[in-house]
Structures are given as structure tokens and as C-alpha cells.
Ligand binder design. Structure first.
Ligand code: XMP
Length: 330
């Protein structure tokens, strides 16, 4: 337990200079832990795993293998960004796995939210384990565990993905490498910036592990999933243009699995899905309030979504606080 406590002497990382000092220290510590051994890391493109990847690239270069699993439930442009930043700019040893069909086939017809989550989680472990078995000489597993993860696991609030989730044959093989495990989120972001990661990666809003899967309610279909992805991209673009990126805590869209009647400008009847916009403010996700969005912005987003996103004829704004509504719809 003692190595799971942030040392009392550890200074809070609040400036770029302190972030640089942390990076220099961690590079030494990582080299000392790993030596010339090899490290495997599941790189989602989220802040924590991206920062761990960037630290390990600096410390051990090609002895790090990153695995990026595209499960088809990522936001628009995310897999491309991971490849661009890590493979092209940082020259990382990156294995990109296109598992889109595999995930969507497994999820076809499954409408229960908890079952969907379980399928996504266990399929992810399976895909990752298959890659890990191919890399027989790797003995270390990098993880983007951060300090709140440790505190929440201890308090029994959340179970965190860790080596415990791996199948028996792999569980004992790995020693964990967790360079940011004593950092709070704001410190991880500060370190990410100092490592040169793009702001769009470092300042990302929270994004659930099951991704867009919990925003394509009920049984996921490819066309409705595309409607979630495209409408989400429009909302992100318009929030950025309105200066709200980084100011509103979390914002995204949901596409429910029912249709309603509409009409085109040419007078033709339509029967299509609605898109629900959710934009909330929160401190720690346990409670949230809806952002009082500007009406002109809602109109602009509605106009774009109804004209640009296939299969959609209506837009709604969810004004529900948490409680009573959770932030996600599933
Ligand atoms: P809810 O919907 O419970 O969400 O109000 C609270 C916060 O947690 C995120 N969330 C998840 N994050 N795996 C995650 O890593 C999940 O399964 C998951 N479900 C919800 C959600 O986006 C919000 O920020």
C-alpha cells in the first residue's frame, strides 16, 4: 500500500518548469525500472495513456510498443490523430488494430446498456491480449493510472482496468509501469503540454471507455453510430468556434433508437432519428448542471445537424441536471 501513496514531499505540478522537472525525473526512473526491457502500452488517445506513451518514448524509444485498438466507437478523427501524433511525429513503435467490424458484429442486436458495456470491455481485453501474446519478449505493461484512480479503487467507488483484467496466462507475465500514478488530472495535462502533445489531446473533455457506444442508445447500428459521430463533430466544431471549448465541462450528442416524422424544405415527408445535445458543467461528474446555451448557437448547430447528418430530422437539447439524469444516456 505504501507505494500507492503520493509522497507528502511531492510538490504539486503547477508550472511548466515543474512539469519539465517531473519529466526529467521520470525519464531516469523509467530507465532504472525497465533497463533495456520492452514495454507494452494500450494507447487509447486519451490524456493519461498519451502522456505515459510520450514519457516512455522519451525514456526508451523503440523499446516501447503502443497498441491502438480502434473499436469503431471513437470520435471522428481520433484514430487518425493517434497515428499522426505518435507514429508520424514521435516515431513511436505503434501497432494500429482496426477492430471495428469485430466490435460492431459482437454488439449487433444487443440493446441492454450493461451488456453492451461488458461486451466492449471484454472484447477490448481479448484484442489486446491477442497482441500481447504475439510479443513474447515483452515483460512490462505501461498504464495510465492516475492518483484519483488509486483513491477511487481503494474507496470502492470504481474498479479500474489494470492487469487484473487480463487473462490468466498474461496476468503474471507483466510488471506494471505507471509513471503518472501520483498525479492529479490537471498535473497530467500540464506534463502533457510540456511533452509537446497537442492541446486537442491534452485538454480533452472526459470520454467514456465504451465511447460512442453509450450514446447510440439501444442496439448499435452502423448508420446511427455514424449519426452520433458526425453530430458530435459538429457540436465540437461549433463549441470551439463559439469559444466554449475548455469552458463547458463535457458536451456531446446522443442518437436514440426511435424515429419521428418530419418534412423537407421541398415538402416531402421524412421519418428519421432525432439528435440530442448534452452539454454539462460539473466538478467531479457526481453532480452536473446543464449549460445555459445561447439560443443562436443552438439554432446554428440544429441547422447544421439537420442538413449535414444523414438520417436525422430533429434536434433536442437535454436540460436535465444530474441528479436526476446521469450525464450519459446509458
Ligand atoms: P454518468 O453518465 O454516470 O457519467 O453521469 C459520469 C462521467 O463518467 C463518464 N462515464 C464513463 N467513463 N467509462 C468511463 O471511463 C464508462 O463506462 C463511463 N460511463 C460514464 C461520463 O462521460 C461522465 O463524464
Amino acid at each position: 500500500m505504501a507505494d500507492n501513496r503520493r509522497p507528502e514531499t511531492m510538490e504539486r505540478i503547477t508550472t511548466p518548469a515543474l512539469a519539465e522537472a517531473f519529466i526529467a525525473e521520470q525519464i531516469e526512473a523509467l530507465r532504472a525500472q525497465v533497463g533495456d526491457g520492452k514495454v507494452l502500452l494500450a494507447l487509447s488517445g486519451g490524456v493519461d495513456s498519451s502522456v505515459v506513451a510520450a514519457l516512455l518514448i522519451k525514456a526508451i524509444g523503440q523499446n516501447l510498443t503502443c497498441v491502438h485498438v480502434n473499436h469503431g466507437l471513437l470520435r471522428k478523427g481520433e484514430p487518425e490523430q493517434v497515428i499522426r501524433v505518435f507514429q508520424e511525429e514521435m516515431n513511436a513503435n505503434l501497432i494500429y488494430i482496426d477492430a471495428v467490424d469485430r466490435f460492431l458484429d459482437k454488439l449487433a442486436g444487443v440493446s441492454d446498456p450493461e451488456t453492451k458495456r461488458k461486451i466492449i470491455g471484454s472484447e477490448f481485453i481479448d484484442v489486446f491480449a491477442e497482441e500481447a501474446r504475439k510479443l513474447e519478449d515483452v515483460r512490462f505493461l505501461g498504464q495510465g493510472t492516475i492518483y484519483p484512480d488509486i483513491l477511487e479503487s481503494e474507496a470502492g467507488v470504481k474498479a479500474h482496468h489494470n492487469v487484473g483484467g487480463l487473462p490468466e496466462d498474461l496476468k503474471d507475465r507483466f510488471e506494471l509501469v505507471e509513471p503518472v500514478k501520483f498525479l492529479y488530472k490537471d498535473e497530467v495535462r500540464m506534463v502533457g503540454k510540456a511533452l509537446g502533445l497537442p492541446a486537442s489531446m491534452v485538454d480533452r473533455q472526459p470520454f467514456p471507455g465504451p465511447g460512442l457506444g453509450v450514446r447510440c442508445t439501444g442496439a448499435i447500428t452502423r448508420d446511427r453510430l455514424e449519426a452520433v459521430r458526425e453530430s458530435d463533430a459538429i457540436v465540437r466544431e461549433e463549441f470551439a468556434a463559439a469559444g466554449l471549448a475548455g469552458k463547458v465541462w463535457q458536451y456531446f450528442t446522443i442518437v436514440p433508437d426511435y424515429k419521428s416524422t418530419g418534412i423537407t424544405a421541398g415538402g416531402e415527408r421524412t421519418f428519421d432519428w432525432p439528435v440530442v445535445i448534452r452539454a454539462v458543467n460539473s466538478v467531479d461528474a457526481t453532480a452536473a448542471t446543464a449549460e445555459p446555451l445561447d439560443w443562436a448557437l443552438i439554432n446554428k448547430i440544429t441547422d447544421r445537424i439537420t442538413h449535414e447528418v444523414k438520417g436525422v430530422n430533429r434536434v433536442l437539447y437535454d436540460v436535465t441536471p444530474k441528479p436526476t439524469g446521469t450525464i450519459e444516456w446509458e
